[in-house]
Design a protein around this ligand. Structure first.
Ligand code: FE
Length: 213
């Protein structure tokens, strides 16, 4: 199987927001959002079970999808994508408003808002898929929604990677976020020798999303 074929599937990028029973807001970057039906309007959102948002959406059965605009800088992805809501308040110091369902909505960098109520849930193993009724939809900006391809081409930093020293093990770069794995900074452990379940420390994507620098 050619794993790179999966990069040819087109995606948009979204911030999914939730609010737990204690009133704690959370938000995460998500690319697995799609409209399923128009009548009634339904949207599917797949979320990794390791994400706090998965637990909160399952419990509250309410979530928002906010489509990111092409103006969103890398800092938005660092804030909402490379940290966990378990140990950081994603909205701390970030301008936001509230939608009619009480959830947080980023104050800028969004083109549209969908307020969702979970109608069905499908267990997909690593992920859970939330089949949602759209309770409200709003256009927030005139700009284009950011695609994954646009993010890779224009937003993700392109690290200047110095080649490994002669005799040294190769550096590997995360294709998702640009993190560079340098064996010299990791006890000399070659990338190939990392366990199969090792994840990118920034974006939590797997080894298969890395390429040799
Ligand atoms: Fe990464």
């Amino acid at each position: 199987m050619d794993a790179t074929a999966f990069f040819k599937i087109g995606y948009g990028l979204y911030i999914v927001t939730t609010r737990d029973a204690a009133g704690r807001d959370n938000g995460m970057i998500c690319n697995t959002v799609m409209q399923l039906t128009a009548e009634p309007p339904r949207i599917a959102v797949a979320i990794n079970k390791a994400n706090l948002s998965h637990a909160t959406a399952k419990e509250t059965r309410v979530l928002n999808v906010c489509a990111l605009s092409e103006e969103a800088p890398f800092a938005v992805f660092e804030r909402f994508g490379f940290k966990s809501g378990r140990d950081s308040d994603k909205f701390d110091g970030f301008a936001s408003t509230r939608s009619s369902n009480g959830l947080a909505v980023p104050g800028k960098y969004c083109t549209a808002l969908f307020e969702l109520a979970v109608a069905d849930y499908i267990d997909l193993g690593t992920h859970g898929m939330f089949i949602c009724d759209v309770k409200n939809a709003e256009t927030l900006g005139a700009g284009a929604t950011m695609s994954y391809a646009y993010y890779h081409a224009n937003v993700k930093p392109k690290p200047a990677v110095a080649p490994a020293a002669p005799g040294g093990a190769a550096k590997w770069v995360c294709k998702i976020c640009g993190y560079v794995y340098d064996p010299a900074e990791n006890g000399g452990v070659a990338f190939e020798d990392l366990p199969d379940d090792w994840l990118c420390p920034w974006c939590k994507h797997p080894k298969s999303d890395f390429e040799k620098a």
